[in-house]
Write a protein that binds this ligand. Structure first.
Ligand code: FEO
Ligand code: CA
Ligand code: CA
Ligand code: CA
Length: 662
C-alpha cells in the first residue's frame, strides 16, 4: 500500500492518508448517473436480467436466509481457526509449523557478510536478503515441489525501523533526521528482489547459499526497456541516449511467475522516489500529474540527480513498468516490458488461455484507478522455453469496464482506435503505453477501489480481484462494482470470462465478498453467516489459489483501531454452499501486513511474507507509542535485545507432513 510512501512522516500519521486523494480526475462513469441509471433501468428489467443485476452486488450466500446458510455453509477447510487479535508474535493454526525462512539481512551467498544492523553497509546489503518482502513466487527445479527457486520482491524501506540513531523525540514529537548517502545507498540495495535456491530437508525448508542461481536485484541493477515504447524520445535521459537502458527498479510490490518460469516484478509506487520541479512548461507535466509524480517521500534525489525532475525530467517515464527476469540465468539483464503498460502495477499473475495465448491480469493500485489485462499476440510453447522469451513484447493491453448489469468489457488500448489518436495527443503506441492511465480514462474504464492482486483460478476458470479499500468514494460515486461509499474494508470481485476463455474480450462479474465486520450492520459486509468473529477480515490485498480452487487472502491494514486485529491469511471458500465462508489461518505480529501468500504446487507448503513488522505502535495498547529502532513494539522474529525487528518470509507446513488444508 501507499503508506510506505510517506516515510519521512512518522508512520502513525501514514494510515490516515494511506493512499492520497487518488490522481484520477477523469469523468469516467463511477458517477451518480450510473447508479441512478442502474436503479431506473432495473424498474424496467424483467426476469433473469433483473436477478443478474441484483446478484452482481450481493453474494449468493448473503442472499440466503441466515438459518439456511448456518445449516449449509460449513467451511470446507478443516483446520482449527486462529484467534484474531494483536500481539508481538505471529500465530498459525494448531498442528502447523510456521518457520522463519529468510529475514532481512540473511545471507544469500557463501560470502555474504553476517548481518550487523548497527554497522550495515550498502555492499553488505546487496549480498543479503532485502527489506520489506512482498511478492513470493516459486520456480521448481526439475519439477520438484521440494527443491526450487524462491523469488521475492523487496518493496520498500522503513528507515525509522532499520537505522539506529535516526529518530529523536523533540517536544514530545517524533523527528526523523535526514538520511546520509550511505543510508540512502543501503535503502537502494535493500529494494528490488531476491532469487534464492531453497530445499526441503526432513520436512523443513532451508536456504541453499551455494545455489548457482542465487541473485540480488536492486535499484542499481541495469535493466533493458523492450516492446513498443522502448527507444521512445520520452524515455531518453542524459545517461541513456537510447531510451532503452535503465538503472534499477523500485517499489516492486506483487509480481508473478510466468508459465515459462520467469520472474515478474511489478513496479508500483514509483512516484514516491522522485523530487524536484519539472522545468517550466515541460511537456510531461500533465502526464506526471496523473501519476502523482513527484511525491518526494524518499531522499534519493539528494544524492542521485536521476531522481530530481529538474535535472532529469524524463526519468519517471522509465518506471511504472512490468519487469521480467530470467531467474535461470543470474547474468541476464532484467527487461522492462513496456507492452504491459505503465501504471502503479500491483502485480501480474498469468495463465495460459484455451487458445494458447498467455493472459496477464494487472491491477493499478490507487484510489479510482483501473484493472487491466494483457493478452500475448503469440502463443505459449510448453516444449521450448526459449520460444517464449519475448512473448511479452507484443500483444493487446485492455482495461476493464464493469457494467451495472454484471457484464464486463475489456477495452483495448490500441493506438489509432477510438479516442487514442493524434487529436488526443498520442503519436504512437509508445505514447499510449507511457500514458496508460490517460488512455484508459479516455476509453471510459471503471474507477475501482484500489485494485491489488488479480488472480486467475485454473480450477474453476474464474478470476479473483482484490479491491483493498477506498474511503474517498462518495455516495454519488458508488457503482455496481464498487458498491460502498467510504469503502474502508474493501471487497473481492469474481470474474467469469466469456466461454471460459481468459483471453476473451468480455465476461461477467459479481461481488464475491464485501469485507469488514459482519456484526456491525453499517459496514455492510457479506461474509457467510458461518464465518466466526475470527474469520472476517478487511483490506484484501494479495491472494493465492490452492489446488482445490479455493482462495487464500492476505490483508493489509487491519492493525488499527478499525478492526482490533492484525493482518493475516484467511482461507475463503469460493464454491458451493460454503461460498464466502472465511477462516483465519495465520496472523502477523503487531504493525505488520501480510504479503505474497503462495501455496506451492501440491499444497504442502504455504509461503507468506511478513512486511513492516513493528511499524506504527501507538494504535496498540501493548506499546501505546510510536515504534522505532530504539523503542520497538516488537523484536520479531529474533526477540533479541541487540537485533531489530525484521521483515521475513515464513514457511508454513503441516506437522507430520501432508497438505496444508484438506
Ligand atoms: Fe504495494 Fe498495492 O500494495
Ligand atoms: Ca501490500
Ligand atoms: Ca499490495
Ligand atoms: Ca497473488
Amino acid at each position: 500500500m501507499n503508506e510506505h510512501l510517506s516515510q519521512k512522516i512518522f508512520p502513525t500519521t501514514q494510515l490516515e492518508d494511506a493512499d492520497g486523494e487518488g490522481h484520477n480526475s477523469s469523468t469516467n462513469p463511477t458517477m451518480g448517473e450510473i447508479i441512478s441509471k442502474r436503479f431506473s433501468r432495473r424498474n424496467f428489467l424483467q426476469g433473469s436480467l433483473a436477478v443478474a443485476a441484483i446478484t452482481a452486488t450481493v453474494s449468493p450466500v448473503a442472499l440466503m436466509t441466515a438459518e439456511k446458510a448456518r445449516a449449509a455453509g460449513k467451511s470446507a477447510f478443516s483446520f482449527t481457526e486462529v484467534e484474531a487479535g494483536v500481539d508481538a508474535d505471529h500465530h498459525v493454526a494448531e498442528g502447523y509449523n510456521a518457520d522463519i525462512l529468510l529475514r532481512w539481512g540473511d545471507a544469500l551467498f557463501p560470502d555474504s557478510p553476517a548481518f550487523d544492523p548497527k554497522n550495515q553497509t550498502a555492499e553488505a546489503q546487496s549480498r543479503q536478503f532485502g527489506y520489506n518482502n512482498d511478492y513470493v513466487g516459486y520456480i521448481p527445479l526439475e519439477g520438484s515441489s521440494e527443491h526450487g527457486l524462491l523469488v521475492v520482491n523487496h518493496e520498500y524501506t522503513n528507515p525509522h525501523l532499520m537505522f539506529p540513531g535516526l529518530v529523536s523525540i523533540v517536544d514530545g514529537k517524533i523527528k526523523q533526521a535526514r538520511l546520509s548517502k550511505e543510508q540512502v545507498d543501503i535503502e537502494m540495495a535493500a529494494h528490488g528482489g531476491t532469487i534464492v535456491e531453497i530445499r526441503k530437508v526432513d520436512g523443513r525448508w532451508q536456504v541453499v547459499p551455494e545455489g548457482k542461481y542465487n541473485r540480488r536485484i536492486t535499484t542499481m541493477t541495469e535493466m533493458q526497456l523492450t516492446g513498443p515504447a522502448a527507444g521512445n524520445e520520452r524515455l531518453k535521459t542524459s545517461a541513456d541516449g537510447t531510451g532503452t537502458k535503465v538503472i534499477g527498479t523500485m517499489n516492486n510490490c506483487a509480481g508473478g511467475v510466468t508459465p515459462w518460469g520467469t520472474y515478474i516484478m511489478a513496479e508500483e509506487n514509483f512516484h514516491g522516489y522522485f523530487s524536484g520541479d519539472l522545468p517550466e512548461g515541460h511537456k510531461e507535466a500533465a502526464n506526471y500529474k496523473r501519476y502523482g509524480v513527484p511525491e518526494g517521500a524518499y531522499e534519493w534525489a539528494n544524492f542521485y540527480d536521476r531522481f530530481d525532475l529538474a535535472k532529469e525530467p524524463n526519468e519517471p517515464n522509465r518506471f511504472g513498468w512490468i519487469v521480467e527476469v530470467d531467474a535461470m540465468d543470474p547474468t541476464s539483464t532484467p527487461k522492462k516490458r513496456t507492452a504491459l503498460g505503465r501504471t502503479k502495477h500491483e502485480g501480474a499473475a498469468s495463465i495460459v488461455s484455451k487458445n494458447g495465448r498467455v493472459v496477464f491480469y494487472l491491477g493499478d493500485d490507487e484510489r479510482f484507478d483501473y484493472v487491466y489485462k494483457f493478452v500475448t499476440e503469440g502463443t505459449y510453447n510448453a516444449n521450448d522455453r526459449a520460444a517464449n522469451t519475448d512473448l511479452l513484447d507484443s500483444g493487446t493491453l485492455s482495461v476493464a469496464k464493469f457494467a451495472e448489469d454484471g457484464s464486463l468489457q475489456w477495452l483495448p488500448l490500441t493506438f489509432g482506435e477510438g479516442p487514442l489518436t493524434t487529436e488526443n495527443g498520442f503519436a504512437s503506441q509508445a505514447d499510449v503505453l507511457i500514458e496508460t492511465r490517460r488512455a484508459a480514462d479516455l476509453l471510459g474504464a471503471t474507477k475501482m477501489d484500489r485494485p491489488e492482486d488479480v488472480e486467475p483460478n485454473p480450477v474453476n476458470g474464474k478470476v479473483y480481484l482484490m479491491l483493498t479499500n477506498n474511503t474517498n468514494r462518495k455516495a454519488e460515486q458508488v457503482d455496481a462494482a464498487n458498491p460502498r461509499a467510504k469503502n474502508a474494508f474493501g471487497h473481492i470481485i469474481e470474474i467469469s470470462e466469456d466461454d471460459g476463455e481468459f483471453a476473451a474480450a468480455s465476461g461477467k462479474w459479481e461481488v464475491l465478498l464485501k469485507c469488514g465486520d459482519p456484526a456491525v450492520a453499517d459496514v455492510g459486509a457479506s461474509f457467510s453467516t458461518d464465518t466466526t468473529k475470527n474469520g472476517w477480515f478487511g483490506m484484501p490485498d494479495n491472494c493465492s489459489i490452492d489446488s482445490a480452487g479455493r482462495l487464500w487472502v492476505a490483508t493489509d491494514g487491519n492493525n488499527n483501531k478499525a478492526t482490533g486485529r492484525t493482518d493475516g491469511l484467511w482461507a475463503v471458500d469460493t464454491e458451493g454452499e460454503a461460498r464466502a465462508t472465511s477462516k483465519l489461518f495465520y496472523r502477523v505480529p503487531v504493525g505488520a501486513e501480510l504479503c505474497g501468500p503462495l501455496l506451492v504446487p501440491g499444497d504442502e507448503t504455504a509461503f507468506v511474507a511478513v512486511q513492516h513488522p513493528g511499524d506504527g505502535g501507538d494504535d496498540w495498547s501493548g506499546h501505546g507509542r510510536p515504534s522505532y529502532y530504539e523503542d520497538l513494539s516488537t523484536r520479531w522474529p529474533d526477540f533479541k535485545d541487540d537485533m531489530p525487528v525484521r521483515p521475513a518470509v515464513v514457511a508454513i507446513t503441516k506437522i507430520g507432513g501432508g497438505k496444508i488444508a484438506v
